[in-house]
Write a protein that binds this ligand. Structure first.
Ligand code: C5P
Length: 312
């Protein structure tokens, strides 16, 4: 039954994303840009634990990273408040966020956390929401949120709300290199707009991808590109250096993710990826992660109700 509390606590893993292709197209009347992106989740994950409380109302968010806000400035808080309001329920929520994904890094960590929150509450509160409904709710929290309901791989267009799952056959490893400073998305869009003359167009090869349900890594990697590189690299030369180093370490493709600041390389096997991780991690201020690309959708697990929510 809708609105029935079916479970007392759930745990959801929130994976990072990379953009294998990111074209930024025209600016829309609402101020946002139309995008054309192939997005992919990777196994660097935040973790969320959600618990219902019937004795209080409101959202109580705790995070193991004290530098992050835990009020309405946090996308988890906003997603939870919106979901409870939309469900028309008067319940309290306790949420614990364990942060692993660097932020301001183009890895969609906050957006993934928001999607995981909505998914977790759908299960916890027995709401029976469809993926389309959850994605619509997520879009109100941020442009990258809807994608995570269609993960592990999807073609994303419009402002980020038009998402179509894509099957990517085969496995790959990814080395993520976070340079130790964030880049603000809004700034990157402004930079890109200022540097451009005329409307960008989509190549025939990308248009042809729209009709495909399944592709291989061999299909995708020659098409890897990110429009933000031309806006961001002139300001942050170290990112271009990281890209070049990843390629010389054997990456099949290396690219800025989202509007940065992370640069990633795609590798055919774990051994080469781990070697590259070790080398890249020695660069000043950089943190490097070697992770598999995800092959599964986001999912919830039941969690023990009390011990799991203690602040550790
Ligand atoms: O939706 P979100 O809050 O993630 O977007 C952050 C900023 O990025 C927006 O305020 C806008 O300036 C820019 N943006 C854009 N077009 C998009 C997504 C984001 O211009 N499709």
């Amino acid at each position: 039954m809708r609105g029935t509390v079916e479970e007392k606590a759930v745990r959801v893993a929130a994976p990072a994303k990379i953009n294998l292709i990111l074209r930024v197209l025209d600016r829309r009347p609402d101020g946002y840009h139309n995008l054309w992106s192939v997005m992919q989740t990777v196994a660097l994950e935040d973790e969320l634990r959600l618990r219902v409380r019937h004795d209080t109302a409101g959202v109580a968010l705790r995070c193991d990273d004290a530098t992050l806000p835990t009020d309405h400035r946090n996308l988890v808080y906003r997603a939870a408040a919106l979901a409870v309001e939309r469900a028309g329920l008067n319940v309290g929520l306790e949420i614990k966020l364990m942060k692993r994904i660097p932020y301001g890094a183009g890895l969609g960590g906050g957006s993934s956390d928001a999607a995981a929150t909505i998914l977790g509450l759908n299960r916890l509160l027995g709401l029976g929401w469809t993926v389309a409904h959850m994605a619509e709710l997520g879009q109100q929290v941020g442009s990258d949120v809807p994608f995570f309901f269609f993960a592990p791989s999807a073609l994303v267009t419009g402002r980020g709300e038009a998402v179509k799952s894509l099957r990517v056959a085969g496995e790959r490893w990814v080395v993520l290199v976070a340079p130790g400073f964030p880049i603000e998305t809004r700034w990157a869009y402004q930079r890109l707009s200022a540097a451009r003359f005329g409307a960008p167009s989509l190549s025939g090869a990308l248009q042809a991808l729209e009709a495909r349900e399944a592709v291989t890594w061999e299909d995708l990697l020659p098409l890897a590109e990110n429009d933000f590189e031309e806006a961001v690299f002139p300001e942050y030369g170290v990112l271009r250096t990281i890209k070049t180093r990843l390629l010389s370490e054997g990456a099949e493709a290396a690219l800025l993710s989202g509007s940065g600041s992370t640069v990633f390389g795609v590798f055919r096997d774990e051994t080469t990826a781990r070697q590259a991780q070790a080398t890249m991690g020695r660069l000043e201020r950089c943190r490097a992660y070697a992770v598999r690309v995800c092959t599964e959708a986001l999912s919830c697990q039941s969690a023990p109700t009390t011990a799991s929510l203690r602040v550790g």
